[in-house]
Ligand binder design. Structure first.
Ligand code: NAP
Ligand code: GDP
Length: 327
């Protein structure tokens, strides 16, 4: 380390959360940190040799580990094996290389969707391993749960400060807007945008139908990517425990998928019909998580109101449709 300067490597730096951290960091002036953001073009982190070469190039002292195979309900349902293997390989390679190269601290990313399916609510940080996850995403869930197990083992055997954060469902600018693999908010934004464009082209916009998959009844907590980015940077600087910490909006801010669809329709000023296609899966009914631990450490953190964050994301997508990830 040159002086006390931190060199922070962000894996997954080209993704939704990685871009948001870049935005947050760019707004600050700090002389004691250098930030490096890398994507899969810089190294395939499921490959140990490429991971080592990347770490030998940048010599990070701190790592925010976001890189992962990530996807929404339907992509998880059809690719459980890929989610399991890819994420196990990436996580093992990043944590072991961090250990071997003397990285001081690693902050990895779990998710509230890895908690047990049959559980009491609200979910908290102590409950990760208390039963099988929802069958729709067991591959992703077990791979992510192993990060928490690894963090504890690196601490016990070597004293490493490898920790993890547990975000709820994330959305914002630079999300993956693919119709096949994305999470619900970017999928619905893309779908409505495309349907409205088709309606305008055909000259009958009033006949446009906005199709939402499932019943619209499931409940979710959603965090705006820029809020999550601020919290992850805070964890990197201030939170020094191996135990994970949930980074989520309050329980009272949980919303139904129906409310999500209505907010997106409003942001587009869409007046047509919203259709719920209940032949598709709903996934886990709810995953309500408690942010009491977070609130006890930073009680006054202000989350962006959901409606505003949806409007800003829709605005971003309209302006950046040509560069947005859609595959
Ligand atoms: P994302 O937008 O899909 O970005 C994934 C990132 O991982 C990209 O930068 C991608 O690089 C990189 N990546 C994927 N495979 C890689 C590989 N083999 N080698 C190197 N880099 C690889 O994901 P995100 O939504 O920002 O998610 C960030 C973290 O938050 C993940 O750990 C995810 O599990 C967690 N999380 C996400 C959500 C959510 O709702 N999105 C919720 C809870 C937790 P390229 O783009 O350059 O290929
Ligand atoms: P989850 O929060 O981990 O379950 O993942 P998602 O972000 O994919 O949200 C899934 C929920 O949104 C389920 O209840 C789906 O039925 C519902 N949903 C409605 N329409 C869509 C869609 O077009 N794509 C996705 N991914 N989910 C949708």
């Amino acid at each position: 380390m040159s002086g006390d300067k931190k060199v922070v490597l962000v894996t997954g730096g080209s993704g939704l959360v990685g871009h948001a951290i870049q935005t947050v960091i760019q707004k600050e002036e700090r002389d004691d940190e250098d930030w490096i953001f890398v994507g899969s073009k810089d190294a395939d982190l499921s490959d140990c040799a490429q991971t080592k070469a990347l770490f030998n190039k940048y010599h990070p002292t701190h790592v925010i580990h976001l890189a992962a195979m990530v996807g929404g309900l339907f992509h998880n349902m059809s690719h459980n094996l890929d989610f399991l293997r890819k994420n196990i390989h990436i996580n093992d390679s990043v944590l072991q290389t961090s250990f071997e190269t003397g990285v001081v601290k690693v902050v990895s990313c779990l998710s509230t969707c890895i908690f047990p399916d049959k559980t009491t609510y609200p979910i908290d940080e102590t409950m990760i391993h208390l039963g099988p996850p929802h069958p729709s995403n067991f591959g992703y869930s077990y791979a992510k749960r192993l990060v928490d197990i690894s963090n504890r083992a690196y601490y016990e055997q070597h004293g490493c400060l490898f920790t993890s954060v547990i975000p709820c469902n994330v959305f914002g600018p630079h999300d993956n807007f693919s119709l096949q693999s994305s999470h619900v908010i970017p999928a619905l934004i893309r779908k409505l945008h495309d349907a409205m464009e088709r309606g305008m082209l055909s000259g009958s916009p009033e006949e446009t139908v906005f199709t939402v998959l499932g019943t619209g009844c499931p409940l979710r907590q959603f965090i705006y990517s820029l809020d999550l980015a601020k919290l992850i940077v805070w964890v990197l600087r201030e939170y020094n425990s191996v135990d994970p910490i949930i980074l989520s909006v309050d329980e009272k801010d949980e919303v139904s998928i129906r409310t999500v669809a209505e907010n997106i329709a409003q942001a587009f000023d869409f007046q047509g019909e919203i259709h719920y296609d209940s032949t598709h899966a709903d996934g886990q009914f709810k995953k309500t998580a408690s942010n009491a631990k977070l609130r006890s450490l930073i009680p006054h953190f202000q989350f962006t109101p959901f409606e505003q964050a949806v409007k800003d994301t829709v605005q971003w997508f309209k302006q950046n449709c040509h560069i947005a990830r859609k595959n």
